[in-house]
Design a protein around this ligand. Structure first.
Ligand code: NAD
Ligand code: ZN
Ligand code: ZN
Length: 389
């Protein structure tokens, strides 16, 4: 089959590789019909996720048709159309029991590596480094789906791939980012990042009752899309984010701040920003946490910082004094996708959310390298690339 593989920093290739096989009774094989490139893939592309190797098959957002099932997969049949959540989860461990699917205790065969870096291991993920399981990803013609009796959600034929695909990740992730804020009416929510995750976080914050949602980025076409989706845009290239947010909130700051940027934030030219760039470039710091610092400094006293942007390891110069002295609550996580797929499918059906609004590009799988380039460099007004194998 053809598959998108990592070929070193800033390089992916579509290569011919062996077809996946059923290895376990709970596996299924899916023929991928749609798969997307995520901001998380860019962290790999840019070389910031440890333990990714040359030839690893990328991709964790995919859907398609079931072509083979293991003996223990009673809920799926060949021919079913499914969307696959990006965390690989057993459905039966103590984390899965508590709906914390991205923390499944049984799905990361390389947990020891993750434990060294993070203390404990989260779940295995599709196409996301050896530290997180070394599983082949879904930017390919076929994918092996472990625990297929638990993860994949069946999609009826009246919904298109474009409507359902983002249930695999970015729609639940944006929603969880907003849900973690515990929004009450009158709340003002600020979202850093107008990429797909930030946009879905903004839409979700409105659905959950926020009176105003402010989206911060510096890419004009993305801010325009945020505005069309009901948010107030704030361009950080033109202004001081802290000052503007205070102005908009009677000096108090937003009630909740969502970081949908993660470890590769663009920043200013203050001393601490230059320090991050240098330390990250020589791999002495994994993060460039400009947006997260700004979120912590801007948030109103007693507010929430919700982190869905991905971080890899260790961060310097975080204003823990602001968090402690001003009673801020930090919530974070890789999305527990399985928890949100059904309710969000219902919201798509009801017309409350239109996931297709953020798609800018459809490309054949063989053009994945171009897809990574335009998404990374925000060319051609790119907001989200869907690959069709
Ligand atoms: N928690 C999860 O489960 C999960 C799932 C999917 C993606 N993610 C993460 O969410 C983040 C966003 O993903 P995406 O697909 O939207 O990616 P993206 O790269 O398209 O979007 C990031 C946006 O942040 C903007 N940005 C950069 N620096 C900024 C700053 N200082 N302030 C404000 N905005 C800034 C960029 O211009 C860009 O538009 C990534 O870190 C990704 O890894 C997390
Ligand atoms: Zn993703
Ligand atoms: Zn589990």
């Amino acid at each position: 089959m053809r598959a998108t593989v990592w070929a070193g920093r800033n390089s992916v290739e579509v290569q011919s590789v062996s077809d996946p096989k059923i290895l376990n009774d709970r596996d299924a094989i899916v023929r991928v019909t749609s798969t997307a490139i995520c901001g998380s893939d860019l962290h790999i592309y840019d070389g910031y996720i440890p333990t990714v190797k040359h030839g690893d098959i990328l991709g964790h957002e995919f859907m398609g048709e079931v072509v083979e099932v293991g003996k223990a997969v009673g809920n799926l049949a060949v021919g079913d159309r499914v969307v696959v959540p990006f965390p690989i989860s057993c459905g039966a461990c103590s984390a899965c029991d508590r709906d914390l699917y991205s923390l499944c205790e049984n799905s990361n065969p390389n947990a020891g590596i993750a434990e060294k870096l993070m203390g404990h291991s989260p779940a295995g993920l599709f196409g996301y480094s050896h530290m997180l399981g070394g599983f082949a990803g879904g930017q390919a013609e076929y994918a092996r789906v472990p625990f297929a009796d638990i993860g994949p959600l069946k999609i009826e034929d009246d919904l298109t791939d474009d409507q359902a695909l983002f249930l695999s990740d970015i729609l639940p992730t944006g929603y969880m980012g907003a849900e973690m804020c515990g929004i009450t009416p009158e709340d003002v929510v600020a979202v850093w990042g107008a990429g797909p995750v930030g946009l879905f976080a903004a839409v979700s914050a409105r659905l959950l009752g926020a009176s105003q949602v402010i989206v911060i980025d510096r890419v004009p076409y993305r801010l325009e899309l945020a505005e069309r989706l009901g948010a107030t845009p704030l361009n950080f290239a033109d202004t001081s984010v802290l000052g503007e947010l205070q102005e908009m909130t009677a000096g108090r700051g937003p009630d909740h701040c969502i970081d949908a940027v993660g470890m590769e934030a663009r920043n200013g030219s203050t001393v601490v920003d230059v320090y991050d760039r240098v330390k990250q470039a020589v791999r002495m710091e994994t993060e460039r946490p400009h947006a997260l610092r700004e979120a912590a400094m801007s948030c109103r006293n007693g507010g929430t910082i919700s982190i869905v942007g991905v971080y890899g390891g260790m961060m310097d110069k975080f204003p823990i004094g602001a968090v402690m002295n001003r009673s801020l609550t930090i919530k974070a996580g890789q999305c527990h996708v399985q928890r949100y797929m059904r309710p969000l499918l219902q919201r798509i059906r009801n017309g409350e959310i239109d996931p297709t609004a953020i798609i800018s590009h459809h490309l054949p799988l063989d053009q994945a390298p171009q897809g990574y380039e335009i998404f990374k460099h925000k060319r051609d007004n790119c907001t989200k690339v869907v690959l069709n194998p």
